[in-house]
Design a protein around this ligand. Structure first.
Ligand SMILES: Cc1cc2nc3c(=O)[nH]c(=O)nc-3n(C[C@H](O)[C@H](O)[C@H](O)COP(=O)(O)OP(=O)(O)OC[C@H]3O[C@@H](n4cnc5c(N)ncnc54)[C@H](O)[C@@H]3O)c2cc1C
Length: 438
């Protein structure tokens, strides 16, 4: 008779270290198998697919060292998990989940005598403890951060990840039936990635960033300097554990600004767990109907608005799937407040472009940039030329991404239309709208 197994369904936790699903499965005492099911949503772009593929390849190699095969399937996740569980005679499926939306899978597994075991992952604190008011403006974030950070400091002061692999795993895996021992990872088309996927790459990137932590508070606002960690895709796909990130950075006296960034990540996830409707529709008081101006939307998407910093940034996003935070905020505010666009249209474009797309962070930051996080619309005046001078003082970033303006000095490069009569701007477009008219 064949041996019952435990199936680990990897989702956005594509790693072996500090991996709660893997640890829980190993405690079952049964031989383990891994499964990944490709998402079939529209945001699975070629870049994201390749990043996941690189992460799966790394994960497969790490699991193979412990004798755990990683199977990869396409299609409906409930069906794929249930069929794989039946094929490998799984007595239990373990996965990271908040428990929501798992009724269909639980029922399908129960029919075949298999139990579904969900574990928490991806957050430093569980949701529903810290969010009070239905707003997400800066005062709401500040209140969240104080309470959330105090809880993290207490909980993670002496925290250490459980060791992997556990000592008795090798003996456990020897009982895995021969016909289940091998799994292949089909190739996917290559894509150019500026941030490579996989747990090994993530750890390397974290190690390279840590010595730069003291400069982070200043350099993160200067996009030409690449001063942030660029770890967001790894945190989204779980190739890095956020607990480990917190524990490692927490030992540094220079970690405060970076811990605030991690608090923002968690704020959005907590907020939208509590107020899910706001994720797609915004706060009830800001749900005005509107139409997208398709010509302005297209100019913004393709980086031909005539505003150099916005155009340079949007071309970088289109070509690489990456933008530093200060430019995401700038491009979002520019789209909503200069071009008069709807935040949903801008957020939809970011969702299709960003390598690190994550619904809560994307929707929340877009609404915030549009000034829609509180009871009233909260907007400081937004001058794209002044912001361009602040974020890219000597025009280095613009020159790198808009070669046709590379010869302009730092006085002219932020508003080339003012110099068009004196210097050749190589056909660079005039502004599609006058920002002073808004
Ligand atoms: C309009 C807009 C859309 C965005 N869309 C996304 C998105 O889809 N996915 C995403 O992960 N982030 C998003 N962000 C947040 C932020 O810009 C990115 O997380 C950050 O730029 C990633 O770079 P990093 O890893 O170098 O960050 P670091 O500055 O090194 O910060 C460390 C980590 O903290 C988290 N973080 C930092 N700032 C924020 C923030 N404001 N909100 C949420 N998390 C934060 C990220 O996980 C990041 O990796 C968006 C921001 C804006 C303004």
């Amino acid at each position: 008779m064949s041996v019952p197994t435990t199936l680990v369904w990897f989702r956005q936790d594509l790693r072996t270290d500090d991996q709660p699903a893997l640890q829980a499965a190993a405690r079952s005492g049964r031989p383990l198998l891994g499964l990944y099911v490709w998402p079939n949503e529209g945001t699975l772009t070629a870049r994201r697919r390749y990043f996941i593929w690189q992460s799966l390849r790394d994960l497969q190699a790490r699991l193979a060292e412990c004798g755990i095969p990683l199977h990869v399937r396409e299609g409906n996740p409930v069906q794929a998990v249930a069929e794989t569980a039946a094929h490998c005679r799984a007595a239990e499926v373990v996965c990271a989940s908040d428990g929501a939306g798992q009724g269909a899978l639980r029922a399908a597994l129960e029919k075949q005598g298999c139990r579904l075991h969900s574990v928490a992952d991806g957050l430093l604190q569980p949701p529903f403890q810290f969010i009070r008011a239905p707003y997400f403006n800066e005062p709401a974030f500040a209140a969240f951060q104080v309470a959330w950070q105090a809880a993290c400091v207490e909980q993670y002061a002496a925290w250490q990840a459980s060791a992997w692999p556990p000592p008795d795993l090798a003996a456990q895996q020897q009982r895995l039936p021969e016909n289940l021992k091998t799994a292949v990872l089909p190739d996917v088309p290559r894509a150019v990635l500026t941030i490579p996927g996989g747990e090994t790459a993530a750890r390397r990137q974290l190690a390279e960033f840590l010595p730069r932590l003291p400069y982070y508070p200043v350099l993160r606002s200067l996009p030409a300097q690449n001063g942030s960690s660029q770890l967001s895709p790894h945190l989204v796909f779980g190739t890095l554990s956020v607990r480990q990130v917190w524990a490692v950075a927490g030992n540094s006296p220079d970690a405060a600004a970076w811990q605030e960034a991690l608090a923002r990540r968690e704020f959005w996830r907590h907020y939208f767990r509590q107020y899910p409707d706001v994720l797609r529709q915004g706060l009830p008081e800001h749900r005005a109907a509107g139409q997208a101006n398709q010509a302005l939307l297209a100019a913004w998407q393709q980086g031909i608005t005539g505003y150099p910093l916005a155009d340079a940034a949007m071309r970088l996003l289109r070509d690489t799937g990456w933008l530093p935070h200060s430019l995401r905020r700038f491009c979002a505010a520019f789209f909503c407040r200069v071009l008069g666009g709807r935040w949903q249209d801008g957020a939809g474009w970011f969702a299709r472009q960003l390598l690190d797309f994550e619904p809560a962070a994307n929707s929340g930051n877009w609404q915030l940039a549009a000034g829609l996080g509180g009871k009233r619309v909260e907007r400081q005046p937004f001058n794209p030329v002044v912001w361009s001078q602040k974020l890219d003082p000597d025009g280095q970033f613009i020159r790198r991404h808009l070669p046709q303006l590379a010869h302009l000095d730092s006085r002219r490069i932020h508003a080339p239309w003012l110099a068009a009569a004196e210097v050749n701007t190589n056909g660079y477009p005039a502004p599609v709208v006058d920002y002073r008219a808004r």
